[in-house]
Design a protein. Structure first.
Length: 328
C-alpha cells in the first residue's frame, strides 16, 4: 500500500471553532469540533502552524504541542508557506485575510478553507471568488451541514420524494441573518434551489447591529413555502428545521437529532391520518470538520468536487440582499 502524501496545513485564528471548543476534550474521543483537532488528528495533513492574536491562547497551544505559533498571519504564511490554509477568525476579517493571501511573495497555497461568511457583502464575495478563480486556488466555505451525512441523507430523501410532496419547511434560528441564518439559507438553496419570491416581515436583535435576525418567507411556484423565524436568544444554542410532506415529516430538533415521521391511520379518529415518530438519530457534528478535510484532500488529488464551493456564497448573499430589501 502506497504511503499517503501529506500536505502541510496552518490555521489563522484559534477562537472557539479554531481551537477552544476542543480544548477540554480527551485525546481518545472521536471526531473534532475544531479545525485544530481535525488537522491534528488527520493522517492526510501535517499540521505545522497557527496564527492567533490572543497570547494566552498561544501559550496554551505551545504548552502541549510542537506547532509553530505566530501572532501575525502574514509572517506565518511567508515563513511556513503551508499547502492548506484555514481561516477561522471573526466574520469581519475574512475578506482582508483572503486578499492578503493572494499577495504574499512567491507563495501560492494549494487550498484555502474559510469559515462562513466568506465576506460581509455581495460585492466583496464576487470579488474574492473571481480573484481565487483567476489564481487557480480552490476556495471552500465551511457551511457545516454540507459535510454531515445526516443532512446529505435529507437531501436524498427530498430528491426521492420519500416524504411525499413537501408542503412547508420552517427554520428557527438566532444570532444574525449573515452569521447563522446563512447556514440555513445555504440548505434551502441546496435542497430546493433559488426561490421565486421573498417576503420579509420582521427583525430582531442579531449578533451585531448590522446583522439582525430577520424573519422571512421564501416561496417556490412549483414547491413549498420556507419560513424562517428569527429569534433573539443571545448565546442560547437553539435551531430547528421542520420539513413536512404529504407522506411524512423530517425534523432537526433542539437536541441536535434528526426525527423521521411516517403517516399512519389515526388511532382515534377513523378515516384520518396522523404522524408517527419512526426514528430519532443524533447528528454527529463532531464529524463535520474531519469530513470537510477529507473532502479537501480528495479535491487536491482530483478525486472529488468541492462540497461547499465559494461560489455558493454568491447565491446566498444575493438572497440575503433580497431579504434585507424586503424587510419592514
Amino acid at each position: 500500500m502506497s504511503k499517503v502524501n501529506k500536505y502541510s496545513a496552518a490555521i489563522i485564528g484559534c477562537g472557539d471553532i479554531g481551537y477552544r471548543f476542543d480544548a477540554d476534550w480527551s485525546d481518545d474521543r472521536e471526531g473534532a469540533l475544531t479545525h485544530f483537532r481535525a488537522l491534528k488528528n488527520s493522517d492526510k495533513f501535517e499540521f505545522i502552524s497557527v496564527a492567533e492574536k490572543n497570547q494566552e491562547t498561544l501559550d496554551l497551544i505551545s504548552s502541549h504541542s510542537n506547532i509553530s505559533c505566530y501572532e501575525n498571519y502574514i509572517n506565518m504564511l511567508s515563513e511556513q508557506m503551508p499547502d492548506i490554509i484555514s481561516i477561522v477568525t471573526n466574520d469581519e476579517s475574512h475578506y482582508k485575510i483572503l486578499n492578503d493571501i493572494l499577495y504574499i511573495k512567491d507563495y501560492k497555497p494549494k487550498f484555502v478553507f474559510c469559515e462562513k461568511p466568506l465576506a460581509l457583502n455581495l460585492d466583496e464575495i464576487e470579488s474574492i471568488c473571481e480573484k481565487y478563480s483567476e489564481a487557480g486556488i480552490p476556495l471552500q466555505v465551511n457551511y457545516t451541514r454540507r459535510f454531515l451525512n445526516e443532512f446529505i441523507e435529507i437531501n436524498k430523501d427530498i430528491d426521492k420524494q420519500n416524504t411525499g410532496r413537501i408542503e412547508s419547511v420552517t427554520f428557527y434560528y438566532s444570532r444574525g441573518l449573515v452569521h447563522n441564518a446563512s447556514h440555513y439559507i445555504d440548505l434551502a438553496l441546496w435542497y430546493f434551489g433559488i426561490p421565486d419570491e421573498v417576503l420579509s416581515f420582521s427583525s430582531k436583535k442579531g449578533i451585531t447591529d448590522s446583522d439582525k435576525s430577520v424573519s422571512f418567507i421564501l416561496k417556490y411556484n412549483e414547491g413549498p413555502e420556507l419560513i424562517f423565524i428569527g429569534l433573539d436568544t443571545g448565546k442560547l444554542s437553539f435551531a430547528e428545521i421542520d420539513i413536512v410532506g404529504t407522506a411524512g415529516r423530517i425534523k432537526f430538533n433542539f437536541k441536535n437529532e434528526i426525527e423521521r415521521y411516517e403517516v399512519i391511520s389515526n388511532p382515534v379518529f377513523k378515516g384520518y391520518t396522523s404522524l408517527n415518530l419512526e426514528s430519532s438519530v443524533p447528528v454527529k457534528f463532531e464529524y463535520a470538520l474531519p469530513n470537510a478535510y477529507e473532502n479537501i484532500f480528495d479535491v487536491i488529488n482530483n478525486k472529488q468536487e468541492l462540497h461547499s464551493p465559494a461560489e455558493n456564497s454568491i447565491k446566498i448573499f444575493d438572497l440575503i440582499n433580497k431579504i434585507r430589501e424586503n424587510r419592514i
